[in-house]
Write a protein of this length. Sequence first.
Length: 307
Amino acid sequence: MPIAPTQGNRKLTRNTKTELAAMSRLFSSAVFREMAKKGRSGLFRQLADDAGLMSDCDERATVGDAFDRAFGVLKIAGRRDEYIYRSAISHKILMGTHSLRTASMLTEFRAGACKADVVILNGTATAYEIKSERDSLARLSNQVANYRKVFAKVNVIASEDHVEGVLATVPGDVGVLCLSRRYRISTEREATELPGNVCPQTVFESLRSAEAAAILRALGREVPRVPNTQLHGVMRAIFADLDPATLHAEMVKTLKRTRNLTPLVELVDQLPESLQAAAISIPTKRAEHVKLVEAVGTPLVKAMAWS
């Protein structure tokens, strides 16, 4: 990547809190969606300025290079936010072990009273709770308890400093992963697959109405014909009667179809690695993909005039 020879090296080791906060916000859905809709982003320009990225890259740099530079700074242990962890899961598990054509990834997926940071669907459903250097473990027990009601496997992926605390906090069937200082994922404890332990009613509450109906039909159950005001309660009662393991297997099949990532393969291939996790997790219309790719390829000097 084109980088200014002296200032770039300085910034890798000395970044102010303001610069780091701006770099974190660069990977927000607001910036990503604005680039997709307009082919430019005034918010990107503002944050890139606040992060000092113009002085970190030379005149040949593109918007994509700026994202890569910000990602490289945030990836350093002690600075990592949730997006860095999601990127690690995306690249090292979703696209490393599986592929976008055979597996799906969901983010912020409702599970009981909580939302799972990341869920990967392949032959089963695995939830990943992220505990970065910036997080505490105060809510972890409750989060894991909710995830176990919906997903056959639950993992917590944490920083090296959190691993010992996580192991002491979560049940023995919950997997514990570590994102090392060298940005590698290691397994401290394997998760146990327990589809028979999910709660059918909690699964129902996590689904879209059309997904719940599709699951019932696939299991040979009739979708009740009742007024909309009664439908939720009636369907919830039907789900309560389903076999947990059978329901979980059908949920995985249905969600892999309804949340299919295959349409994103071409887009992901055209984006820098730093933005690929955003492309997978932030919804955009296919018609917006061209504008997004063009925005990312824009010379940074030109992008600093975006409004």
